[in-house]
Design a protein around this ligand. Structure first.
Ligand SMILES: [Zn+2]
Length: 256
């Protein structure tokens, strides 16, 4: 069933429930509970790209047989990205960076260095606004297009993939992506490097959960991530994991 159809049915049911409660056939609290429950459901499905609720994203490759995984870094390029690049170079590993347009504009040399070192870059919107979940389809499309434009101007490439900030996919984001044509790259293993302060805990979390075909989410604008990455790469090497770019893991085109 299409989401819009489901949405209309639920709104109809809620309206009937509200009328029934107005005439005291059912308690008002039940209606409030139903409304809050549905709002909670909408919040849950629109902030978890892994659910593939509004569209199909590339979150991981469960069919992977060669122990390949993808390390992905969001929210750069910033000064700290240089340290991440150094660690990746030390271990001779290629990774994927989902860059924010305005950061590319501020740090064009770092953006070009990411590409020069053989890493993958994808669209992560122009502004990464906290209001992402409330943008109209058109405003979202502008966010994506403006980011594409700066990639082209600075690096001479047009990204074919998009990673939603905060993992938000709602009908507006889906609408924008249907027009822009970007493939969506999600993740299935979140390192929580932006949330958990203890490097030890983040490393432990990833080590205990990583399996072939996984896409791991990190943030290259977090200082802790440098040390986390170094420890993780040591473990991955010892356990014969093979970190590759997302376009290789999913066999898709990086750029258009
Ligand atoms: Zn982000």
């Amino acid at each position: 069933m299409k989401f819009e159809t489901l949405h209309r049915i639920v709104l109809g049911v809620l309206l009937i429930a509200a009328l029934l409660s107005a005439f005291h056939f059912i308690p008002g609290l039940l209606v409030i509970g139903l409304v809050l429950g549905y709002m909670g459901f909408l919040l849950f499905v629109s902030t978890n790209v892994q659910l593939n609720f509004f569209l199909r994203a590339f979150n991981n490759n469960p069919e992977e047989t060669e122990r390949r995984i993808a390390l992905t870094f969001d929210d750069g390029p910033v000064e700290n990205t240089l340290k991440i690049l150094e660690v990746l170079e030390k271990y001779k590993v290629e990774a994927s960076f989902f860059c924010i347009g305005k950061n590319v504009k501020e740090n064009p040399e770092i953006f070009n260095l990411i590409i020069k070192k053989g890493h993958f870059v994808g669209n992560h919107t122009y502004s990464h606004t906290r209001k992402m979940g409330f943008l109209s389809t058109n405003a979202m499309l502008q966010e994506i297009k403006k980011c594409d434009k700066i990639f082209k101007k600075v690096g001479g490439i047009t990204p074919g993939t998009f990673r939603p900030p905060f993992g938000i996919i709602n009908p507006q984001v889906r609408g924008a992506l249907e027009i822009s044509g970007h493939k969506v790259i999600g993740w299935n293993l979140r390192s929580y490097d932006a949330v958990i302060n203890s490097e030890e805990l983040v490393v432990k979390r990833v080590l205990e959960n990583v399996k072939p075909g996984d896409v791991i989410l990190f943030h290259d604008n977090k200082e802790n991530t440098v040390e986390i990455l170094e420890q993780l790469l040591l473990f991955l090497r010892a356990n014969h994991f093979d970190p590759v770019r997302v376009d290789e893991l999913f066999n898709i085109d990086a750029y258009t």
